[in-house]
Structure formats: C-alpha cells, structure tokens
Design a protein around this ligand. Structure first.
Ligand SMILES: C[S@@+](CC[C@H](N)C(=O)[O-])C[C@H]1O[C@@H](n2cnc3c(N)ncnc32)[C@H](O)[C@@H]1O
Length: 376
C-alpha cells in the first residue's frame, strides 16, 4: 500500500490527496490516512525518538490506562464534563497520591488520551470516554493482564525453544508467561473474570470497523435470503463459537427483514439444514488439522447444494500487510500458538475438509474478509 522509504514530502502530498477523499467520505480514506500518518511518523522520527516511544511512551500509556480503568479516572473525567477536573480532585476521588495522579495525567494528555484544558485540569477525549463503556474498558483489562505478559516474555520464550515455531495449544508463550499447561480458552474459563472480560472485549474489538453485513461488502439478501427454504430448516444462519452473539445482533439490526431464525451455537452438534453456518475468528485459534476436523464435523449438518459455509477471517495479503493484520497474527502466536492465514492456506484447509471456495468478499481496506464456500 505504502511503498517503502517514501520521503516525508511525498507522504505529506499523499496525505493531502487522501485528505480530499476523506472530506468526501470515500470508503477506505480514513484507513489510508491512518496508514499514511504512521508512515509520516516513521519517516520523521529519529531512531532515538522511535526507541523512546516504543520502549517507554506507549507502554507507560498502556499501564496508565490500565490504572485509570482500575481507579475509574475516566469516569470521573467524563462526569466533570467540559469544565474538567484537577488532578488533585481526581486523586481525592480515587484515594491515590495527588502527585502520582498528576504525573500520570500529564503523560496521558501528552499521548492524546485525554486533554489538559488548563494547568493540571483535565477533560475527556472521545477515546477516554469510550473507555468508560464496558466493551472498551474490559478490553484494556483483558489485553493488559492476559495478552501483555506473553508478549513481554516473547523474546525470552523463543530463545528458550531455540527460535522454533510455537504450534502447540498447550505449550507456547501463553503457558510460559502464565505458568499453566491449560490452553488459552480453558485458562480464561478457569480464571474469572477473564472469560467475561474476553467476551466483552470481543464485542468491542471490531466496533465501528467494516463488517460483512454492511452495504457493498457481502450481498446478504441475495446470497442468504434468496433462496431461503424453511421446509429444509427454519434456521437462516448458525453462528458457531459466536461469543456473546454480537454478530447476530448486528446482522439483525442491519438486515431486519431477513427471513428465518438466527442461532448462536457453542455445542458440538449444529442444527441441521440451515442456510448458512458462520464462523467468525474461530478457525484462526486452531491448527490446520483441527480446522479440517471442525469443518468436517459441520458437514453432516449441512444440506448439500443449499447450506453455505461463511468464514469471516483475516486473509493475509502476500505483500505489505498492514499492522492491524500483522498484529492479530502476533496475538495468535502469543495466545494460542496459531496464526492468521493467506488465501492459499485457506484454500488448502477448505479443500482438505471437502469444501470449495465460491468467492472471497473483501471490503476496501477492511482487515477481515468473508469466505463463502460450499461442500464439494
Ligand atoms: C476469538 S472468539 C470469537 C468470538 C466471535 N465469533 C467473534 O468473532 O467475536 C473464539 C470463540 O470460540 C469459542 N470456542 C473456543 N473453543 C471452543 C470449543 N471447544 N467449542 C465451542 N466454542 C469454542 C470461544 O468461546 C469464543 O467465543
């Protein structure tokens, strides 16, 4: 997307061009602006500045957000409205040292997380307000407490296994960091409140991003509702491993006239003969062999020539994958010793499981695609 080693002047010119597209609300312009902005920072920053930002500024901001969530500081900021609140008052409400809170607030303001309205008086930003909503607030706790330790320990862990590729669900960076032999999902299950926090985070993780149920992505009405045959099953779509059911809620809200039932399913035997079986960010948690097993288990429930398989996953491009793609691949590595996959890797898994890809639907620069497949 962005050729390497562009000069700052060239990036600025591109920013201006994409800025016009953004003003005209062109799809994808916002994401392009973000990519260009990151590229501009990379081209302007000195190595010493980059190291300082990576090693200190961002980790300190993450730690401060985690602390602020614990102490409800973002709630107090929100309640104070446009007048703002002093660090002294924040400290009193949180029962913390006022100098400590003042220094944290200064850094959060310097990192655009909140704003300093006048000396040591702070107001919310849209981001800090978002962190008062459960789905984002819980994301701060989950990402810091659960994903933070294996990421921090990754260099030491990989050295200990002589830079082999972790592929074992029960023996990877996650187990080393959390001193467990349990796979990720079993661990969060047994360590309250992390299952609830993970589910809440998953419901917020894609909020506002392009989704396959949006217009001009996947033609939902054409591909699912026509034809829908209630004599085969009254179920339109089964969301397998659907977490809190947030995808079904979104599908219903954006397509209120769709026929048939929407089913959230976590049990091994899916309902039979549904028009579509849908797996969102499920298969990336599993090895190729396990994916083949999961897909093969769906086949007896599917009606040949009628039921569709819909897989919503990242399809990693062959070149210049953006960081929202590469970072999810890294998260898969540290949590479940798995990976995000390229188109040919998806093709291979589906073929092994006896499915044929009909089409892969992509949306502008959205990170997740929708793979539509049917049984061979
Ligand atoms: C990454 S989450 C994706 C959730 C949801 N589909 C979404 O995209 O937001 C993976 C889901 O797989 C479910 N899961 C993990 N292991 C499972 C198993 N053995 N059987 C059924 N579901 C499982 C988890 O409970 C979780 O909801």
């Amino acid at each position: 997307m962005i050729p390497p080693a562009l000069q700052p002047e060239e990036i600025i010119a591109e920013l201006q061009a994409v800025g016009s597209a953004y003003a005209e609300k062109k799809p994808g312009a916002r994401e392009q602006l973000l990519n260009l902005s990151h590229a501009l920072i990379a081209s302007l920053e000195l190595p010493s500045e980059t190291i300082q930002r990576m090693a200190f500024a961002e980790p300190a901001r993450a730690a401060h957000c985690r602390i602020a969530v614990e102490l409800k500081l973002f709630e107090y900021l929100k309640e104070s409205g446009p007048d703002g609140i002093s660090s002294q008052d924040l400290a009193a409400k949180a029962d913390a040292h006022e100098v400590l809170i003042s220094r944290m607030m200064k850094h959060l303001a310097a990192m655009n997380t909140i704003h300093e309205k006048s000396p040591d008086i702070y107001v919310s930003s849209p981001f800090s307000e978002a962190l008062t909503e459960p789905k984002h607030r819980d994301g701060i706790i989950y990402t810091y407490d659960v994903a933070g330790p294996p990421l921090r320990g990754l260099p030491e862990y990989l050295k200990s296994i002589k830079y082999d590729l972790p592929t074992d669900l029960t023996d990877g960076p996650f187990q080393a960091a959390h001193k467990t032999q349990l796979p990720f999902f079993a661990w969060i299950d047994q360590n309250p409140p992390y299952l609830q926090l993970f589910n809440s985070y998953m419901s917020g993780y894609r909020a506002g991003k392009p989704s396959w149920v949006d217009p001009d992505f996947y033609p939902v009405a054409d591909r699912l509702a026509k034809p829908f045959d209630p004599s085969i099953s009254e179920v339109l779509l089964v969301d397998i491993g659907g977490g809190l059911g947030h995808d079904l809620v979104e599908l219903k809200a954006k397509h209120p006239t769709l026929p048939g039932k929407l089913v959230l399913q976590d049990r091994p035997e899916p309902v039979r003969g549904a028009r579509a079986y849908y797996l969102h960010s499920v298969l990336h948690d599993w090895s190729d062999d396990d994916c083949v097993k999961i897909l093969e288990q769906l086949k007896p429930a599917m009606e040949p020539g009628y039921s569709k398989l819909l897989i919503s996953e990242i399809v990693v491009p062959r070149q210049n994958a953006t960081w929202p793609v590469t970072v999810v691949d890294q998260v898969m590595l540290i949590l479940v010793a798995m990976q995000e996959r390229t188109e040919s890797q998806w093709e291979n898994i589906l073929k092994r499981a006896g499915f044929r890809i009909q089409k892969i639907y992509r949306y502008e620069v959205g990170t997740e695609s929708l793979i539509e497949a049917e049984m061979e």
